[in-house]
Design a protein around this ligand. Structure first.
Ligand code: NAD
Length: 433
């Protein structure tokens, strides 16, 4: 298959490289010259484990290319994937579809007969209909299909998720689109990954329902963690106690500083907006969003309380800035609000993140960026773990104690055992314990 991927970000680049690894011929297109330039020169513009080797081997095999010039590759394409961003529209939370529609307009005059346009971006119900209308206006006689194929990969484990997915969702309204997508994903049937075929609208909604459900698990366990702190129970016991029930499942039951990232915050808001537009409100999702918003600000207050309240002039070491480990993505990271709350209270924030320092500089100002965890802790009145990076799981607490002004560890990811930390002479504050 000849595949063109429009948008070479986290999703487009990983999907494009994996499709090439399946044996397809893929060209990834982007408007961002610096991205395409980096890729043409063998550099990967994002941090994603394993992606550099995958891109390198498929470029070497001649199956993966990059270009700024859509017109040079589109006329050959059997399938054209749209993998551009769909951020929250300012003001009302609806997904901003301007990039998707712009891509549809650009591709319309270039599509060949029988081409399948596949929307991989996360888009509200009905977007596929609109993409079809846009293309149809430009080429009324052309035979083409528009399909939905939402992506479920997680940053940090994206390649494995793509190659061994729990399922692939294909939303199609015609047999030709189904055939082409089945052919593209055929290599996955060897791993027994189910390929679920449904209508385009059902596929579009499936992606939002999945993310909203996962966000619900997180907000749920975060509220249970708060209750645990009040009643003197350990939330890890409760999570184990409920998670072993196969109807519930143990994943996404780790309490923490609230969900962030490029998907859950914007996708829950967009789903609420769809519910409003169709007169079918989603009260559970409304509560999930409210709980998460409140959670992020509560975490700054938790650190201030651990420090004793009178904090102006104090210094805090923030360990971790990205919204989760193994990514450099800072979009909607809880660290942004935590750092802001601490700075507003007059605290100097020294920060370290293994991969997120550069992306962080664009979104958080006035942090003291440090060389490593120990540099961040030097002279600080507390160390606060915000992201569950492996680098923070086995800190040398003896060394940390010598460097810190006050041996206080606030562990917002529950990485440590209270006994171990307290044995080293630390005060320890965790979540839901
Ligand atoms: P991203 O911002 O990393 O990448 C989008 C890319 O599209 C950018 O490089 C941008 O320059 C490019 N682009 C925009 N308009 C273009 C055009 N007309 N032609 C060519 N390139 C264009 O975004 P992302 O994180 O990869 O997300 C893409 C979509 O996938 C979003 O809808 C997102 O919700 C969804 N998604 C993301 C993830 C994730 O973990 N990041 C997971 C599943 C689904």
């Amino acid at each position: 298959m000849q595949i063109v991927m429009i948008g070479t970000g986290y999703v487009g680049l990983v999907s494009g490289a994996c499709f090439a690894d399946f044996g397809h011929h893929v060209t990834c297109v982007d408007k961002d010259e610096s991205k395409i330039d980096a890729l043409l020169n063998g550099r990967i513009p994002i941090f994603e484990p394993g992606l550099d080797a995958l891109v390198e081997s498929n470029v070497a095999a001649g199956r993966l290319n990059f270009t700024l010039d859509l017109a040079s590759v589109l006329p050959e394409a059997d399938a054209v994937f749209i993998a551009v961003g769909t951020p929250s529209r300012r003001g009302d939370g609806h997904a901003d579809l301007s990039y998707v529609y712009a891509a549809a307009e650009e591709m319309a005059p270039l599509l060949r007969e029988g081409a399948v346009v596949v929307d991989k971006s996360t888009v509200p119900v009905g977007t596929g209909d609109e993409v079809e209308t846009i293309i149809r206006k430009v080429c009324p006689e052309l035979k083409f299909s528009v399909a939905s194929n939402p992506e479920f990969l997680r940053e940090g484990a994206a390649i494995d998720d793509f190659k061994r997915p729990d399922r692939v969702v294909i939303g199609v309204n015609d047999a030709h689109a189904e055939e082409v997508l089945q052919e593209i994903y055929r290599p996955l049937t060897r791993n027994d990954s189910p390929i679920l075929t449904m209508s385009r609208r059902a596929a579009e909604l499936t992606k939002y329902a999945a993310n909203a459900f996962l966000a619900t698990k997180i907000s749920f366990i975060n509220e249970i963690a708060d209750l645990c702190e009040e009643v003197g129970a350990d939330v890890r016991d409760v999570a184990r106690g409920i998670g072993t029930d196969s109807r519930i499942g143990s994943r996404f039951l780790q309490p923490g500083p609230g969900y962030g990232g490029s998907c859950f915050p914007k996708d829950t808001l967009a789903l609420l907006k769809t519910g409003q537009n169709y007169g079918s409100p989603l009260k559970i999702v409304e509560a999930v969003v409210a709980v998460n918003d409140q959670r992020k600000s509560a975490m700054g207050a938790k650190v201030i309380e651990a420090l004793g309240g009178d904090v102006a002039g104090k210094t805090v070491a923030l360990l971790g800035l990205t919204f989760k480990a193994n990514t450099d993505d800072m979009r909607d990271s809880p660290a942004i609000e935590i750092a802001q709350a601490l700075q507003d209270a007059g605290i100097t924030v020294r920060a370290y993140d293994p991969e997120g320092m550069e992306t962080s500089k664009a979104v958080i100002s006035n942090l003291v960026y440090c060389d490593d965890s120990y540099d961040a802790m030097t002279g600080a009145d507390a160390a606060v773990i915000v992201t569950e990076w492996d680098a923070f799981r086995a800190l040398d607490l003896g060394k940390a104690k010598e460097l810190l002004n006050r041996p206080l560890l606030v562990d917002l990811r529950n990485l440590y055992s209270r006994t171990d930390v307290e044995k080293q002479g630390f005060e320890y504050v965790a979540v839901g314990r």
